[in-house]
Design a protein. Structure first.
Length: 580
């Protein structure tokens, strides 16, 4: 059978789309299962296809699927419905199957109100989808009642079969990296905690299952051979089983995988040993859900962590040369100026180097949603409106939009104001084997202030001074290419070309073939009037388009008309790209 698996677009346009532009990892696993069984499958990542009906119609016609399978988050449910309608308009007899958390929690509403949806795979989908496909192949509608984990329409009414037991051994699943290339990986499914704002407890029943270290590291190695060097480990809590995490890290090191990665953790599941091995294996960032500085609000959200645990986790992560990132939620039940002040005070203690601030959302499948339905006497029909979510403050008379927006502004302003001091106050663990990791950590952090996201934020003070100090400190640990380059460029910006040449020359003793450092040296020589020597350097390292442009400038200064013509031609060819 030919199956089109689709990741649909969301309702609202996003300033940053990193959270929606990647197909859910579960879609890769599901597709891999079907491909291994011999089905012809294609994943269509349509996160940016809103308003492009013509293109979607053409793609569906091209594929001519036997099944259209759409995986929805709550925010993308209307995108999924729109695509289902397109599919039914073109191929009325082709079944449209929904899956994902957005469909699981609203299965009855979707089946009762949208005839273009034929069935919904509830929760974990691999085995259910296999049985559903077999049932559809027989063209016997009575077979659907035997498929555990399936919701469908019977005699015009939405019905749900018995739940599907969770897969006991995740390593039995085919590795999707055999078929696809992706960066977002996952080594476990589930979360043992019960946060009121999260749908995981109902999806996974607070049970956690794990891939074995060999399976997971084998997947990373296969993807690395395909050219993926950076990974986002998407486990709800990667560090749940200490021995397993350390085993994964040691296997990454034993296989000499030159990768970097980021993970999500919980503050009460990390210690020095686990963080040490994660850093040695290439982890550069751990994100923690802090949520609030108010213990009362954390209790209301069922976030059972303590201030001391939060402080310890951030201190350890920072000490071993990784960026600790904090998730904060605001606009929560009984939020006030004082609870925001508590969050700010906690932020000053834990000194995060990255933050994400969210307004509290209410989504189906969460404890907050069930409380809201009871409090407001509403039903799931509210989601028939084209809205992505309901913000908690919209349901609480004690909070206003103006007030909550002000809370967010205060949190961000406080973080931006203190970020340079957080960066300059980093205390690193003095271990010889960590020296190159510390150097890399500091130089990368420095880069964020002058070239990364922080460079664009005017509220952050002293960005250049902070970056320079971090670059300088980086070089006290280990010769770091990024630190030599970044600090040299800063020196050039303020006209200290002699000092820049001195620093670059030191860097070139460690990285003699660096195109970037040699190009930087040429710039300082050119600025000091030594165009001839600069030209020779730029010509030697002409794989860089920037170096070619600098070489042309030098040739023009020196009056080399013939060379100018040659260089102009090379620059034009590089801009046009390789010949087809």
């Amino acid at each position: 059978m030919k199956i089109a698996f689709i990741n649909p677009y969301c309702i609202d346009t996003r300033i940053m789309n990193y959270d929606i532009k990647v197909p859910p990892i579960g879609l890769y696993y599901l597709t891999a299962v079907m491909m291994e069984m011999g089905h012809e499958c294609e994943i269509l990542n349509w996160f940016s296809m809103k308003g492009r009906d013509g293109i979607m119609e053409d793609e569906i016609k091209r594929i001519s699927p036997d099944i259209t399978a759409i995986s929805i988050l709550h925010a993308s449910r209307w995108g999924g419905i729109d695509i289902a309608r397109i599919s039914k308009r073109i191929f009325p007899s082709v079944p449209v199957i929904f899956g994902g958390p957005g469909a699981t929690f609203l299965w009855r509403l979707l089946l009762n109100r949208f005839p273009e949806i034929d069935a919904i795979v509830m929760g974990e989908g691999e085995k259910t989808f296999v049985e559903l496909t077999n049932a559809l192949h027989t063209q016997d509608p009575d077979k659907l009642r035997d498929v555990a984990g399936l919701a469908y329409r019977k005699d015009g009414m939405a019905v749900r079969n018995e739940p599907r037991p969770l897969i006991s051994d995740l390593d039995d699943l085919p590795d999707p990296s055999k078929f696809f290339t992706f960066q977002y990986v996952i080594s476990s499914r589930g979360c043992p905690w019960n946060c009121a704002f999260c749908g995981s407890p109902r999806i996974w029943h607070r049970k956690v299952r794990f891939h074995g270290p060999d399976y997971f590291v084998g997947q990373i190695e296969r993807l690395n051979k395909k050219g993926v060097n950076f990974f986002y480990v998407s486990d709800d809590t990667f560090t749940l089983k200490k021995d397993r995490v350390i085993s994964i890290c040691k296997k990454i090191m034993k296989r000499e995988l030159k990768i970097e990665w980021a993970a999500i953790s919980r503050v009460n599941t990390v210690d020095q040993e686990i963080v040490y091995w994660m850093r040695r294996a290439g982890c550069i960032q751990i994100s923690f859900g802090v949520e609030s500085g108010s213990s009362r609000i954390r209790k209301a959200l069922n976030k059972t962590i303590k201030d001391q645990e939060i402080q310890k986790a951030f201190e350890i992560t920072r000490a071993y040369g990784m960026m600790p990132r904090a998730y904060f939620i605001y606009g929560s039940p009984r939020e006030s100026r004082e609870t925001i002040n508590q969050s700010i005070r906690l932020m000053k203690k834990i000194k995060p180097l990255g933050t994400i601030f969210y307004i509290l959302d209410i989504f189906p499948g969460t404890k907050l949603y069930e409380e809201f339905k009871e409090r407001a006497a509403v039903e799931d029909d509210i989601w028939l409106e084209r809205i992505e979510d309901i913000l908690y403050f919209e349901t609480d008379d004690r909070l206003s939009q103006h007030q909550v927006i002000g809370f967010g502004r205060r949190l961000r302003k406080a973080f931006y104001a203190d970020l340079p001091s957080f960066a300059l106050d980093i205390k690193l663990k003095e271990l010889p084997e960590l020296a190159p990791y510390h150097a890399s950590f500091l130089s990368r952090l420095a880069m964020t202030f002058i070239y990364g996201d922080y460079a664009k934020i005017n509220e952050i003070p002293d960005k250049v001074r902070t970056a320079a100090a971090l670059f300088e400190r980086s070089l006290t640990f280990y010769p770091d290419h990024r630190a030599y380059l970044g600090l040299s460029i800063l020196l050039q910006r303020i006209g200290q070309h002699d000092r820049s040449i001195e620093l670059i020359s030191e860097g070139l003793r460690h990285f003699p073939d660096s195109t970037e450092l040699n190009g930087c040296l040429g710039v300082s020589l050119m600025a000091l009037g030594n165009s001839e020597e600069a030209l020779q350097i730029f010509m030697k390292f002409d794989s860089s388009a920037q170096n070619l442009r600098y070489a042309l400038h030098c040739a023009q200064t020196l009056g080399r008309k013939g060379l100018c013509a040659i260089l102009s031609k090379k620059i034009k060819e590089k801009a046009q790209g390789p010949a087809q």
